[in-house]
Design a protein around this ligand. Structure first.
Ligand SMILES: Cc1ncc(C[n+]2csc(CCOP(=O)(O)OP(=O)(O)O)c2C)c(N)n1
Ligand SMILES: [Mg+2]
Length: 592
């Protein structure tokens, strides 16, 4: 069939149902964006491509539907790097479309040239450049299928002179196949280990969310065994929070109950998780990973099995299918050994952790440091971070999708939220970019306009994406609610300064003359300041109502004191020693 290259491209997007694109307009993409409206594709033009990419990530994580990032070759595309790598570690299947400087001129150092394949080589699961205009649909189809298979970003690089050419092709076909349910012997071995276990524990990762029916299949298996279910770091929505066997997230600022329970395990089923190091690092000083337990690890990607932990049985497969297969092979008396005691212990451990969490208000100083004492004394009437989190919990709808950001206050919040459904918790994940909280929640709301959404960010991280406030108030953009923890400091790094650098605060202070609520108002949105717990709860309740009923976006600036919780990288930092010494007098004048 005769068609233009841009028609072939857009028809292939339509075949895959990709109907939302995020980025900033540029001449190298205009031949296709021109026909987006006719094709039923919405182009969300954001204020900065990094945020646009994170919107695509949030959209796809919240809906399971692939979306796409697209921008101008060169500087538009380089702005996507952080977002694409973030999506990679969030296991998000997004399509990255990178129009490129024309083949006719590339290499001459012309306008907006960039080696765009090398640029993303370490950020995507698959990448391909279109070699000939007639192969544009074939290539795009393959790239999209690879993104789905790897559940990761994949890139198509399109020389811009390949647009507006007439080609004669058949559209390609989509090849879908059933995901593996795990090797027969391995599944039987896993079932035998779990059947004989005295204290089985399940650890759900992102794979339980991504796999269709994964959480349900793990629930059935957990109930058969009465095994507590922990979830990986920042995957709080990988098991229903209202289930009696839910034990909470492991890792940094996670659930002490989950840590205590998994430390007792003799068999752990790790379902849909690569066991990333952050999910197994000690927390609250508890080194909980059960090194003597038998470990069963299930992942679709064999390269990630046994990568970080000693594994007894590795199973390559889809989380739902493997969990179901294991359930069907359990012995009749599986889970019976110590069943009642285990159930009691789970309930007791959870309830004492819930009580402890409720009673925690002050952040702790390490021995020899007193930052938190000083921070409380300096602002005695201000909310402490945990007071803010409790005020938020009081107004957060149970069905809400929430995002998080990288920072001390967002991290303190890791222990609080639990969810009854998957695809509700959009944390920045293991690439750890500041600036994720706002754009990801905007993307989620575009995908799920029926669901209340609340974004979270610290004030420094928020500054990275604050320019999106100029974009999201327009036309069809849906209303959202964003909370900013206002402590006027890059807190997470400041905690490092107090611990390892003797309170030498380099680059940690923010401008106290800036009002984010004021910026929101100037953008035609609603900016609100909350100084007390009551004000914060009331502001959030009103903002949700405004979001769902009145189409109003609210930014709540939650004014908190400067207390700081546990540092991110206790595992990677130590006190530096001075050996040669550094002196200002050694500074030379540059010759200019
Ligand atoms: C893009 C990016 N830049 C820098 C960092 C390093 N970093 C991690 S946490 C943090 C401080 C966050 O401060 P803020 O957002 O104000 O939150 P707070 O810690 O004060 O709650 C910084 C700078 C990062 N993770 N990502
Ligand atoms: Mg801050």
């Amino acid at each position: 069939m005769k068609m233009t290259t841009e028609e072939a491209f857009v028809k292939t997007l339509q075949m895959h149902g990709i109907d939302n694109a995020f980025g900033i307009i540029g001449s190298a993409m205009m031949p296709i964006s021109d026909i987006f409206p006719d094709a039923g594709i919405t182009f969300w033009d954001c204020a900065h491509e990094t945020s646009g990419g994170m919107m695509a990530d949030g959209f796809t994580r919240a809906t399971g539907k692939m979306s796409m990032m697209i921008a101008q070759n060169g500087p538009g595309i380089t702005n996507f790097v952080t977002a694409v790598k973030t999506a990679y570690w969030n296991h998000t299947p997004v399509l990255l479309v990178t129009p490129q400087a024309a083949n006719k001129t590339i290499g001459q150092g012309g306008f907006q040239e960039m080696e765009q394949m090398n640029l993303f080589a370490d950020c995507v699961a698959y990448q391909e450049e279109v070699r000939d205009p007639s192969r544009i649909a074939e290539t795009l189809n393959r790239v999209i299928m690879q993104a789905k298979r790897a559940s990761a970003p994949a890139q198509i690089n399109v020389p811009r002179d390949f647009w507006t050419q007439v080609i004669d092709i058949d559209l390609p076909v989509i090849v879908d196949f059933e995901l593996p349910q795990g090797g027969e012997t391995a599944v039987q071995d896993a079932a035998d280990l779990l059947s004989a276990a005295k204290f089985p524990v399940i650890l759900n990762g992102a794979g339980a969310i991504l796999s269709k029916g994964g959480i349900e299949a793990s629930r059935i298996l957990a109930e058969a065994l009465d095994a507590p279910v922990c979830v990986g770091y920042q995957h709080n929505d990988a098991f229903p929070g209202n289930h009696p066997l839910y034990a909470g997230p492991l890792g940094y600022n996670g659930s002490k109950a989950g840590m205590e329970l998994i430390s007792k395990a003799d068999v752990v089923l790790c379902l849909g998780t690569r066991l990333n190091p952050f999910s197994t690092l000690p927390g609250y000083g508890i080194d909980y990973w059960p090194t003597d337990a038998k470990i069963i690890q299930v992942d679709l990607n064999p390269d990630r099995i046994g990568l970080t932990k000693k594994v007894t049985v590795g199973i390559v497969g889809d989380a739902a299918k493997v969990a179901t297969a294991i359930s069907s092979k359990l012995a009749d008396d599986a889970g019976d050994s110590g069943r009642a005691d285990r159930k009691n212990l789970v309930a007791q451990t959870k309830s004492s952790w819930a009580q402890e969490l409720t009673s925690m208000t002050e952040e702790q100083d390490d021995p020899g440091t007193d930052w938190n004492v000083r921070a409380r004394a300096a602002k005695p009437d201000w909310m402490a971070p945990r007071m803010a989190w409790r005020a938020i919990q009081a107004a957060l709808p149970v069905e809400a999708i929430i995002s998080s950001d990288i920072g001390n206050n967002c991290a303190i919040g890791n222990a609080y939220p639990s969810f009854n459904e998957a695809r509700k918790y959009l944390a920045p994940g293991l690439f750890g970019p500041c600036g994720y909280g706002l754009p990801s929640i905007v993307g989620a709301k575009i995908g799920r306009p029926d669901v209340p959404v609340v974004g979270f960010a610290g004030d420094g991280a928020f500054g990275i994406s604050v320019n999106e406030l100029t974009a999201i108030g327009r036309g069809d953009w849906p209303a959202i609610t964003q909370i900013v923890f206002r402590n006027y400091q890059w807190g997470a790094e400041k905690r490092n300064s107090t611990l390892w650098f003797d309170d030498n605060f380099v680059g940690t202070e923010l401008d106290e003359g800036v009002s984010y609520a004021g910026i929101a108002n100037a953008c035609g949105l609603k900016g609100v300041i909350a100084r007390t717990q009551d004000e914060l709860t009331a502001a959030l309740a009103q903002a949700i109502k405004d979001q769902m009923e009145n189409g109003i976006t609210t930014l709540i600036e939650a004014m908190i004191n400067q207390e700081l919780g546990d540092p991110f990288r206790r595992d990677a930092m130590k006190v530096p020693v001075e050996v040669a010494g550094i002196d200002k007098s050694d500074m030379q004048q540059q010759k200019v």
